[in-house]
Design a protein around this ligand. Structure first.
Ligand SMILES: [Fe+2]
Length: 198
């Protein structure tokens, strides 16, 4: 709590407009718990869905970061095309990340947000801090996509069996469809095809 009495009198604004700065508080909901929300889904179902959503959320946040890293580090003859494509995919991942996080909140849970917490949860392998060769960067992105897609297919089927249609819809319509499309666009850049003469 702010200690106004310790401030010099000359620096204190009128009491009604002085912000209460440097406040600290207790954690009011632990990560991995759900509140009771009246959405006609049991606490166990919402807990399970939040756990699966948070895994997808953590892995998608790492995928987003990998897209930005490779957008920045891209090089070579197709630099400009890939530089733009990877940034477009990063933007689409941001939209997906937001939808996943807000689904966790909708179910009464706590979305994983701090990048250091994300790093503890993700199963996407860490990239080297330096720059890899271009095909290796694209392969790394494809492998992250496949890991997320595999998890997404499993999660979508299981939450559907528990009756969580909203989470199933989000995972199928956004995580899976977006991921599959982005993987296609990446994979076509790994086809060794002549540029000018057949
Ligand atoms: Fe950029």
């Amino acid at each position: 709590m702010m200690t106004r009495s310790s401030e010099p009198a000359a620096t204190i604004a009128t009491p009604s407009s002085q912000p209460w700065l440097h406040q600290r508080g207790h954690e009011i909901q632990a990560f991995g718990t759900v509140r009771q929300f009246p959405v006609a889904l049991s606490q166990e179902t919402r807990l399970y869905s939040c756990q699966r959503l948070n895994q997808l959320l953590a892995d998608s946040q790492i995928l987003f970061a990998l897209y930005k890293k490779h957008h920045w580090l891209m090089r070579g003859a197709t630099f400009y095309q890939l530089h733009l494509l990877l940034d477009k995919h990063a933007g689409e991942q941001v939209a997906l990340i937001d939808a996943l996080a807000e689904r966790v909140q909708t179910l009464g849970g706590v979305a994983v947000g701090d990048p250091r917490h994300v790093a503890e949860i993700t199963r996407v392998p860490r990239a080297p801090d330096g720059c890899e060769e271009v095909p290796a960067m694209l392969s790394r992105l494809l492998e992250a996509h496949e890991l997320i897609l595999g998890d997404a297919h499993d999660a979508a089927a299981r939450v559907a069996r528990l009756g969580d249609d909203g989470t199933n819809d989000l995972i199928v319509s956004e995580v899976i469809r977006t991921g599959e499309l982005q993987a296609w666009f990446l994979a076509e850049h790994l086809v060794d095809t002549p540029l000018v003469r057949a």
